[in-house]
Design a protein around this ligand. Structure first.
Ligand code: PGA
Length: 251
């Protein structure tokens, strides 16, 4: 059985005080939910302020990016060990905004996934096609390239903690959610690529989250599909009530 994951990607929102206020609102709304793995991902500077507030809530802490070196002359970067030190257990890697605006490639994503795993962080590995790629009929080709590139060189054992997030770029922040059928089709395809690469057991176990305009109103339909194991939520994770109702999709 795959335990669902609902992860909130706060992107470039929430200062420390705003983040603490959000947790104060969210925590009581999700207490007692133990059938779902809950994750929130604030900006780097807010990470160290949250573990105390999250203690006992069951909410896990993620960073939004990581660098692949432990330390060195790499101005502006943050290493896996530093994220652990700040209290993070998870890290988002290869989000489409990082690929789009910050030059991330399948190669850098692969290095980051390996470094995160080595540093005992759970990678939330993001992939997804652009509108142009979908319209050109290249969705599967792009997803296959991203999965294979991102996971290159990993053994089945190394891969085990990895969470994959399928986020069609055209659905992110646009209000245009993929249909349940479109998402299921992509997720089943991705699981197939993982099976090809790392075997059926790895593919059966990996959680594949959907991301892109997930809201309390559409989460249930998505989660009803066999290969959709959770959600990576942007906009709707910035309010306690909407994120909590996504977390409680099953009720
Ligand atoms: P959205 O963002 O829910 O605001 O579309 C999702 C994401 O980018 O992870």
């Amino acid at each position: 059985m795959r335990k669902p994951v609902i992860a909130g990607n706060w992107k470039l929102y929430k200062t420390k005080d705003e983040a603490l206020a959000l947790i104060e609102e969210l925590a009581p709304l999700v207490t007692g939910v133990d059938s779902v793995e809950i994750v929130v991902a604030p900006v780097f500077t807010v990470l160290p302020a949250l573990p105390a507030a999250l203690a006992g809530t069951g909410i896990n802490l993620a960073a939004q990016d990581v660098f692949w070196e432990e330390e060195g002359a790499y101005t502006g970067e943050v290493s896996p060990r530093m994220l652990l030190d700040a209290g993070a257990s998870h890290v988002i890697i290869g989000h489409s905004e990082r690929r789009q605006y910050f030059g991330e490639t399948d190669t850098t994503v692969n290095k980051k996934i390996k470094a995160a795993l080595k540093g005992a962080l759970v990678p939330i590995f993001c992939i997804g096609e652009t509108l142009e790629e979908r319209e050109a009929g290249n969705t599967f080709k792009v997803l296959e390239r991203q999965v294979k590139g991102g996971l290159e060189g990993l053994s089945e054992t190394q891969f085990a903690p990895v969470i994959i997030a399928y986020e069609p770029v055209w659905a992110i922040g646009t209000g245009k959610v993929a249909t349940d059928d479109q998402a299921q089709e992509a997720h089943a395809f991705i699981r197939g690529v993982v099976a090809q690469l790392l075997g059926k057991d790895a593919a059966d176990k990996v959680r594949i989250l959907y991301g892109g305009s997930v809201k309390p109103e559409n989460v249930k339909g998505l989660m009803g599909r066999p290969d959709i194991d959770g959600a990576l939520v942007g906009g709707a994770s910035l309010k306690g009530a909407s994120f909590a109702s996504i977390v409680r999709f099953g009720e």
